[in-house]
Design a protein around this ligand. Structure first.
Ligand code: NAP
Ligand code: ZN
Ligand code: ZN
Length: 345
């Protein structure tokens, strides 16, 4: 079937309206009419070919919320009319240890919502589009209590921070710092606070301090202030870095107490370096974490609904995607741009 989408033809092209072909829904598929799609910084890294290897033209978008319009004959999990979400994955092998554990993000044969190859052998195309066809196993239910625009960013930003916060035990008694308060960072502040952790934001300036505190942070510091790193030395058990560019790893490691962990979810295209002594001193860990599996994505959505947590969003029309990209890169996002798919028609 032909559907409307927004694509870029090259790393330097603006977004343009186009028509793409989606497969007809098979027995296990659902056809979703998209209402909202968030703009993740990974969409920008990909559309601008900052990681290398982008295959153009590309339709980005992996923070998708919409309504089920058709279901295949074998579909049992979703019904026509359900409000549902799709994140970064649309397929995996389903038989490896990770798939069986619901950790599809580690499957060697996982397929991305865009930049992958779908069941039909064609390149997958993301959510900057009016409709998408996805196997029911990669579709989650969006609980009541969160608007669709505020739920869409949870499908990537939400799960990408929820998964490491849970894995590394953010909760009561844990001193957690969130570095960078953009799309991922602001959800990390909300989720870590709701988990009961003592949360500090480390942002370039103090301009977002009031927002950070309203999201649940107890403290908010500017990384541009040289005094910050001295004052906060050995102050945290866990640091979650969401910054989209390379950063001074040693400086952040120095903020960890003994056995503390610095977890990177930001995905800069440039390499970073560190001194091994920064790890020795305090038996510290430096690790990274990718998105999350389908069961944990559903758990995160239910957690957010139970705690009244949605993303803080600015809803835009499809003709504003290029301008939104420039604002995200300039750290001028409060705190996620979400495309209203009704403006694509
Ligand atoms: P974002 O909204 O642009 O947020 C990034 C934040 O980093 C900015 O708001 C800013 O926070 C800080 N920052 C930006 N430029 C900076 C600079 N030059 N120096 C210092 N700080 C800077 O991006 P996002 O959508 O949250 O994504 C963040 C990163 O995570 C991206 O690299 C993205 O590709 C990656 N990501 C990874 C996964 C995964 O699976 N691990 C999933 C999704 C996204 P302040 O203004 O508060 O300093
Ligand atoms: Zn993303
Ligand atoms: Zn697998």
């Amino acid at each position: 079937m032909d559907v409307t989408a927004y694509a870029v033809a090259s790393a330097t092209s603006p977004f343009a309206k186009t028509v793409i072909e989606r497969r007809e829904p098979g027995p296990g598929d659902v056809l979703i009419e998209i209402s909202h799609c968030g703009i993740c910084h990974s969409d920008i890294h990909t559309a601008r070919d900052e990681w290398g290897g982008t295959r153009f033209p590309i339709v980005p978008g992996h923070e998708i919320v919409g309504t089920v319009r058709e279901v295949g004959s074998d579909v049992t999990r979703h019904r026509i009319g359900d409000r549902v979400g799709v994140g970064c994955l649309v397929e995996s092998c389903r038989t490896c240890d990770y798939c069986l554990k619901g950790e599809e993000q580690f499957c060697r044969r996982r397929v991305g919502t865009y930049s992958g190859v779908g069941k039909d052998g064609r390149p997958t195309a993301g959510g900057y589009s009016t409709h998408i066809v996805v196997d029911e196993a990669f579709v989650v239910g969006v609980p009541e209590g969160i608007s669709s625009a505020e739920a869409a960013p949870l499908l990537c930003a939400g799960i990408t921070v929820y998964s490491p916060l849970r894995h590394w035990g953010a909760g009561p008694g844990k001193r957690v710092a969130i570095v960078g308060m953009g799309g991922l960072g602001h959800m990390a502040v909300k989720i870590a606070s709701a988990l009961g952790a003592d949360v500090t934001v480390l942002s370039q300036t103090l301009s977002k301090q009031a927002d950070g505190r309203s999201f649940g942070a107890r403290d908010f510091r500017a990384t541009s202030d040289p005094a910050t790193f001295g004052e906060l030395r050995r102050s945290f058990d866990l640091i979650l870095n969401t910054v989209s560019v390379a950063f001074d790893v040693d400086a952040y490691l120095s903020l960890l107490d003994v056995d503390g962990a610095l977890i990177n979810v930001g995905a800069p295209s440039e390499p970073v370096s560190l001194k091994i002594s920064s790890l020795f001193n305090g038996r510290r860990t430096f690790a990274a974490s990718p998105i999350g599996g389908l069961p944990e994505t559903q758990e995160m959505l239910d957690f957010c609904a139970a705690h009244g947590l949605g993303a803080q969003v600015e809803v835009i029309s499809a003709d504003q995607i290029d301008a939104a990209y420039d604002r995200v890169v300039a750290s001028d996002v409060r705190y996620r741009f979400v495309i209203d798919a009704a403006t694509m028609g």
